[in-house]
Design a protein around this ligand. Structure first.
Ligand SMILES: Nc1ncnc2c1ncn2[C@@H]1O[C@H](COP(=O)(O)OP(=O)(O)O)[C@@H](O)[C@H]1O
Ligand SMILES: [Mg+2]
Length: 411
């Protein structure tokens, strides 16, 4: 009798275990298939390069990196990194060095064209002076920066000399003006490209832009790495052993914030602050790798915060850029009430919703633990405001205090 009961309970346990195993396996298969649909694929990435090179070979795309990508194959696809709905991001091998080929959309036809119904073999009838005006206005519209309206401007935002290219003899190119203008037009639609290309030499925290081919641009490989990428599943970084590495990245981020405040023509507002939008160069300089939701002051004021009616301050927020509602008028004002430093302290230095357990400055050495936590908390919520929608600008002193505390631990 006893033996029988024992056997029955063993077989019940076995059944339960098998059922659990089957459910887990099904869930894993399902999650993998969902992820597969969401993630970029090698097939799609190679198709993007193939189509781009087809355009280049038919003289419908140009750029300084096209020969390496399409003729000598010294710029080779390695892998892709992004979600499908995001930008196209291909990790490449460029003569033994890693680089990143980026484009907002995969194909040229995904971008707004200049004119429709054109004969592809005919040069575009658009006069250069008219294109120049369109390009200048579009750059102002996209990043809020006014460039001088001359041919040099077009060379500055491209990877080839615009004037030389369009004056190429007909024997070497059938429609150079059309190709040049169309490529530039697609590149101008990409805020990130414009910002990085135009301000390349203003700050060491902007990744190098090595060049372009058609609508795609090749950029320095600066991956977020294990401490900034919140998507990397890992043991909580609340570990003292990694402190020095994390502390150095935090100091790099503070340098970046100062540089973006002082070295650009206007303050640069980053409205999508999270670890994975920053990366590390080979020499460990921290760089901003995703600046699609970042705006010079006048652009942010004009375009984003001043639009729309509001009944609460949060109605005027643009992601991490906190707006202000004139409650008596029911209108958003043009001001951003917080700043990049406040958002970095809140979303990167402290542990938060996006980075539970992963605050970059968690688990510091005991000697500074209490003081650092107090400073970061003050920086993440200056004045300790209780209203959940209101966060003010963190001060330069706050930045300095955090920097000094971190430096103490680095000896
Ligand atoms: N220059 C780069 N070097 C290395 N990795 C990069 C680079 N640019 C982007 N990535 C990787 O691709 C991810 C998505 O890039 P991002 O520009 O943020 O695209 P999205 O606008 O779609 O968020 C980044 O989080 C990073 O992991
Ligand atoms: Mg991003």
């Amino acid at each position: 009798m006893r033996v029988f009961r024992c056997r029955r309970s063993v077989s019940r346990k076995l059944v339960v275990s098998l059922v659990i195993l089957a459910v887990v396996t099904l869930a894993v298969v399902k999650i993998r298939s969902i992820l597969k649909k969401m993630l970029c694929s090698e097939e799609e990435s190679r198709l993007m390069i193939k189509e781009l090179c087809k355009l280049y070979k038919t003289q419908n795309a140009a750029g300084n990196i096209c020969p390496d990508l399409c003729e000598t194959y010294t710029l080779k696809y390695v892998s892709c990194t992004n979600y499908r709905e995001g930008k196209k991001i291909l990790i490449m091998d460029w003569k033994g060095k890693k680089a990143v080929l980026k484009s907002k959309y995969a194909f040229k036809h995904d971008y707004d064209g200049l004119l429709f119904g054109e004969d592809v073999n005919k040069d575009l009838d658009l006069p250069v002076s008219k294109f120049l005006k369109m390009a200048q206005e579009s750059i102002v519209y996209n990043i809020g920066h006014k460039m001088e309206r001359n041919l040099q401007m077009l060379t500055d935002v491209w990877s080839l000399d615009f004037k030389d290219f369009i004056n190429m003899p007909k024997s070497s190119h059938r429609h150079p003006k059309k190709t040049a203008m169309e490529d530039l037009w697609a590149l101008i639609q990409q805020q990130e490209y414009l910002f990085m290309k135009i301000f390349q030499d203003k700050s060491k925290h902007i990744p190098r832009i090595y060049g372009t081919c058609g609508h795609a641009y090749l950029m320095e490989h600066t991956p977020p790495g294990e401490f900034l990428d919140n998507d990397v599943p890992r043991v909580p970084m609340a570990k003292k052993e990694t402190w020095k590495k994390r502390a150095k990245i935090a100091l790099g981020l503070l340098d970046l914030l100062q540089s973006f405040q002082n070295d650009l023509p206007e303050e640069f507002n980053m409205c999508d602050i999270k670890g994975e939008n920053f990366g590390l160069a080979e020499d460990e300089t921290v760089k901003a790798i995703d600046v699609d939701m970042a705006f010079l002051d006048s652009k942010l004021g004009m375009e984003l915060l001043s639009v729309g009616n509001c009944t609460a301050h949060k109605d005027c927020d643009f992601f991490d850029c906190k707006g202000w509602c004139d409650l008596s008028e029911g209108q958003c004002t043009r001001n951003r009430i917080n700043n990049n430093l406040q958002a970095v302290c809140k979303d990167i230095f402290l542990s938060g919703l996006d980075n539970i357990w992963h605050g970059l400055l968690s688990s510091p050495p005991l000697s500074i633990e209490q003081a650092l936590l107090e400073e970061i908390e003050e920086c993440a919520n200056p004045g300790n405001i209780q209203h959940p929608d209101i966060r003010y600008k963190a001060s330069a002193q706050s930045l300095q205090k955090i920097r000094t505390l971190i430096m103490k631990t680095l000896g």
